[in-house]
Design a protein around this ligand. Structure first.
Ligand code: AMP
Ligand code: ZN
Length: 721
């Protein structure tokens, strides 16, 4: 698309624009300049989204984009429909209007092995009256098909496949796909109007990230990237479409109208070839082969499978290439479900024609299925480490994509209902690439009278605590913190560095003590029998002493650490600090309403609900009382001891290694006493505390007169005793 000289020129222009952004000198821009800025942005979109080889950073791109947005705001008359800014901010789509394709979108005939391909080749040769045919082989992208119309070089319309004749107008959503150019110079090929076809994909990485997010939020994930791409094209919020990071491959020109010889809308696929022939006779340079078309699309700035395709003479080369590609399948960043073999010569395509279902000049070669059917035998309810209860189906073993699947997640109750699942059902499952297997659907029509519905439990299957489902969430949870299914992970969290910080404990010891029956719940930490531990292998007197001291010291940890350690859902370290400051004793939370909680800084509905439930759960309250009995402080020591404010208004920074204090403890002391910690040396800094081997911060601070440079000793003396 961009020649080397163009690339150099555009990169030079980029540098100039970036300079002007940084220098802020951008007021004197004239309209001609804006066009070059658009060119620069289009060029970088192409490098990033089509070539996958960006030349500038995301931040640099954003700064140029914002610049263009600002100009256009000041000069609305200069906004063109293909401006890079016109992809965004389209708002909400109310309804998808039905639109007719210029040429119907047909299906493809399928083949599954070399014999099928040999048969197909033989028939094609017979029909063509040739001994050998040249084919173009390319991946069969597993996404959602899309049809684009460009009119006078501008993207005029995008549509889904629909029933093949009529689809949904998804123009606004399609503009969110950055590898779809908003304009392309078809006029250079003598084309005034063109309809091109392709596949919208979501790459495996983004798919996985997106599904993980859904699962985390308790929303059922998509079964495969194909469903996810198709679903994404029909979202009503265009901005959300943008966030899905869809990609596209364009692999077919289905219709092209000559500039001087524009035809009315037509419904024959063959029309393209007439146009092609006409154009070639008028010497407009339009390609006469399918591979030539893909090259043309590539040169126009589209992402076509130019690099993935292969032109071969004769079917044996085809067979070799599809087999090669099947091996590569899992390593590709996107899903393909096979290859498509197309007769390369457009004239010959025309001669072979089509059936009502598929063209005779193309065939799909399907890779080994990654779907399989099985029987849903039973459902187990598993309790995850955050208390989420997940139904897991036990199914009749089935081989899918080389892996035997015997159990499969049903995610949550809603999903179970949506998929209409009953015990004994025949189900279709799929495993795409490295994605965990998913249920695609059930077949209710195959159900016998013996089918029985699946009962979702009301009590935790592990500890029998009543299950709870927060409003607006799909997942039932067990909120008993000592539930056996959760307790190990909870104890690990409780003792961790950012929570109660019990040194020498660690994941491995928690697990070991739990398995030995020495530790059953959080209060159990404070009841550990050191005598029993002493009998375990690898525990000498010294390590037991250390552990005992660490446990003892943790009893007086500040309240926010305890709150964080409890692992209340949605309650991170910062929320824990806010909560700790709101009470003088932890059990005061029993008396706070959800509204009162919501009045705290940064506490929203979700957090308030979760905290409220935690402190209104009888088991949790009993456990907290237990902890207090064992000597753990539930008091807000800061409020009690009133040690605050002696450093109020003073900003501190530490450099070098401290000898008596840990850096993080020292910082905490500053904050406890009302002081602030800065991130760097500036005139706002009051004290630089210098430890051993202090570095550049010290040099910098020496240059600022107002900063007091003090030692660790001096710092400690400043603290209240
Ligand atoms: P099928 O849905 O199995 O009948 O297969 C036809 C579909 O394959 C088309 O509608 C396209 O959406 C899709 N497809 C994916 N890659 C290609 C390709 N390279 N050439 C043609 N069709 C493709
Ligand atoms: Zn439980």
């Amino acid at each position: 698309m961009y020649q080397q000289e163009q690339t150099i020129v555009l990169q030079q222009k980029t540098a100039v624009w970036l300079l002007s952004v940084n220098g802020g000198n951008t007021t004197e821009i004239v309209s001609a300049d804006i066009e070059t800025l658009k060119d620069v942005l289009r060029f970088h979109e192409y490098r990033y989204y089509v070539q996958n080889d960006p030349l500038i950073s995301d931040a640099e791109y954003d700064s140029l984009f914002k610049l263009l947005q600002q100009f256009e705001k000041e000069n609305p008359s200069l906004i063109t429909p293909d401006s890079p800014t016109q992809r965004v901010g389209a708002g909400l789509v109310n309804d998808f209007v039905k639109v007719a394709h210029l040429v119907p979108m047909l299906s493809l005939e399928n083949s599954y092995n070399a014999t099928d391909l040999l048969d197909w080749d033989r028939k094609a040769k017979e029909l063509a009256g040739l001994d050998e045919i040249e084919y173009c082989v390319e991946p069969k992208f597993d996404g959602a098909s899309i049809s684009l119309i460009y009119d006078h070089n501008l993207l005029a319309r995008a549509a889904t496949r629909g029933d093949g004749v009529v689809g949904d107008d998804i123009t606004l959503n399609t503009k969110q796909i950055k590898s779809v150019p908003l304009s392309a110079k078809f006029s250079g090929y003598g084309i005034e109007q063109v309809e091109i076809r392709g596949e919208v994909l979501i790459n495996k990485n983004n798919f996985k990230k997106y599904n993980d997010k859904l699962i985390e939020e308790g929303i059922p994930p998509f079964a495969n990237p194909r469903n996810s791409a198709a679903g994404s094209l029909r979202i009503k919020d265009t901005a959300e479409v943008g966030r899905r990071n869809l990609e596209v491959f364009l692999y077919h020109v289905s219709y092209a109208a000559n500039i001087d010889n524009r035809k009315p809308v037509i419904s024959q696929q063959t029309e393209l070839h007439e146009v092609a022939v006409q154009l070639s006779t008028t010497n407009n340079g339009q390609p006469l082969t399918h591979s030539g078309m893909l090259e043309m699309l590539w040169h126009l700035g589209f992402r076509s499978p130019k690099k993935e395709m292969k032109v071969v003479r004769g079917i044996s080369g085809v067979i070799q290439y599809v087999e090669e590609f099947e091996v590569k399948r899992d390593g590709l960043p996107y899903e393909i479900d096979g290859m498509v073999i197309k007769v390369n010569d457009l004239g010959l395509q025309e001669k072979l024609g089509m059936t009502s279902h598929h063209p005779r000049w193309a065939i799909a070669f399907k890779f080994k299925a990654r779907q399989g059917t099985s029987e849903l035998r039973s459902v187990e309810f598993q309790v995850g480490r955050t208390g989420a209860v997940t139904p897991v189906a036990k199914i009749a073993p089935v081989l899918v994509g080389g892996v035997t699947v015997t159990s499969i997640s049903i995610h949550n109750e809603e999903y179970m209902k949506e998929k209409d699942l009953m015990l004994g059902d025949t189900i279709l499952i799929e495993r795409s690439g490295d994605v965990i297997p998913q249920i695609v659907k059930s077949f209710p029509e195959l159900r016998t009278a013996t089918g029985s519905s699946i009962q979702f439990p009301t009590e935790c299957p592990v500890c029998a605590h009543p299950l709870f489902k927060p409003a607006g969430e799909a997942v039932w949870r067990c909120i008993n913190i000592n539930c056996e299914a959760q307790v190990v992970e909870r104890i690990i969290h409780f003792v961790s560095k950012d929570a109660m910080d019990i040194k020498n404990f660690g994941d491995a010891n928690v697990r070991k003590f739990y398995e030995m029956g020495l530790l059953k719940d959080v209060p159990g930490i404070y009841r550990l029998s050191f005598e029993a531990i002493g009998k375990l292998e690898g525990f000498g007197k010294k390590s037991i002493d250390n552990l005992q001291t660490a446990i003892e010291n943790s009893k007086s940890q500040p309240l926010h650490r305890l709150i964080y350690g409890l692992g209340i859902r949605y309650c991170g370290e910062n929320t824990a600090k806010t909560l700790a400051n709101a009470v003088t004793h932890l059990l005061d939370f029993r008396d706070l309403s959800e509204e009162q909680l919501q009045n705290l800084e940064d506490v929203g509905v979700k957090v308030a609900g979760s905290v409220y439930r935690f402190f209104h759960d009888a088991d949790n309250l009993r456990m907290l009382e237990d902890l207090e009995q064992l000597g753990i402080s539930l008091k807000n020591q800061k409020k009690q001891a009133n040690i605050s404010n002696s450093l109020s208004g003073q900003a501190f920074l530490f450099t070098g290694s401290l000898v008596q204090l840990k850096r993080s403890d020292a910082e905490e002391m500053v904050e406890k006493n009302g002081g602030k910690i800065l991130s760097g040396v500036s005139s706002k800094l009051n004290y630089l505390v210098v430890g051993e081997d202090a570095g550049s911060k010290l040099e910098k601070a020496k240059k600022i007169q107002s900063i007091k440079i003090i030692t660790e000793e001096e710092f400690i003396k400043m603290l209240p005793t």
